[in-house]
Design a protein around this ligand. Structure first.
Ligand code: GRF
Length: 206
């Protein structure tokens, strides 16, 4: 069974969706460790309640690379096959990324390359786009960059607030993150420049 290492800083709803899919067998993987950089991360509590291995590695006051070295050591000790960022509010160092080549994925609540950075759903709503969505991508040295594994689109309605739009996007996040993880774990793809090309089963990840 392939082993996932989850990094989170907050609510942890994407982590929960992945954990549920692992538990039901929908996603052929197990969660080897859940690492939080904040003690008050709700996802940490959820992981504890689920009986999953957890580690609290506070980042406050630490130099970025010193913290990344602690996190990488914990992930390696847990023998993870894939590092899954699930609302992890840290920019990773190039050193960390080099430890797990094409083995770190992230989810972003916008159709990249539109609206990178914080509060992406609000950015999209305020900009007035008619369609918004989410993106699962490999992580590289830049923020919300890296080859795209999956995207999902949702409509934006006149009656939406940033919050109702966020909820519609979140439902899609919960769906496509596990699908993208399955793709990475089964290895049936190759990366050509920025493009992730599927080798079999010609699905496009939408
Ligand atoms: C999600 O919107 C995700 O796309 C972004 O951070 C948020 C995390 O939410 N990277 P949760 O902690 O998974 O509930």
């Amino acid at each position: 069974m392939k082993r996932l290492g989850i990094l989170l800083s907050g609510r942890g709803s994407n982590f929960e969706a992945i954990a549920r899919n692992c538990a039901s067998g929908k996603l052929a993987a197990e969660i080897a460790i859940v690492i939080a950089n904040r003690e008050d991360a709700q996802g940490l509590e959820t992981a504890r309640k689920m009986g999953l291995p957890v580690a609290l590695l506070p980042s406050k006051g630490l130099a970025r690379e010193d913290h990344d070295r602690q996190v990488a050591a914990a992930l390696k000790a847990a023998a993870v096959d894939l590092v899954v960022l699930a609302g992890y509010m840290r920019i990773l160092t190039a050193w960390f990324i080099a430890q797990f080549p094409l083995r770190i994925v992230n989810i972003h609540p916008a159709l990249l390359p539109s609206f990178p950075g914080l509060d992406a759903q609000h950015q999209a709503w305020e900009y007035g786009v008619r369609y918004a969505g989410c993106t699962v991508h490999f992580v590289d040295e830049k923020m919300d960059s890296g080859p795209i594994l999956a995207q999902a689109v949702v409509p934006v309605f006149d009656s939406d607030t940033a919050e109702t739009l966020s909820n519609r996007i979140l439902a899609e996040e919960h769906r496509i993150y596990s699908e993208a993880i399955a793709l990475v774990l089964n290895g049936q793809f190759r990366v050509e420049g920025r493009r992730v090309v599927r080798l079999t089963g010609a699905r496009n990840g939408n």
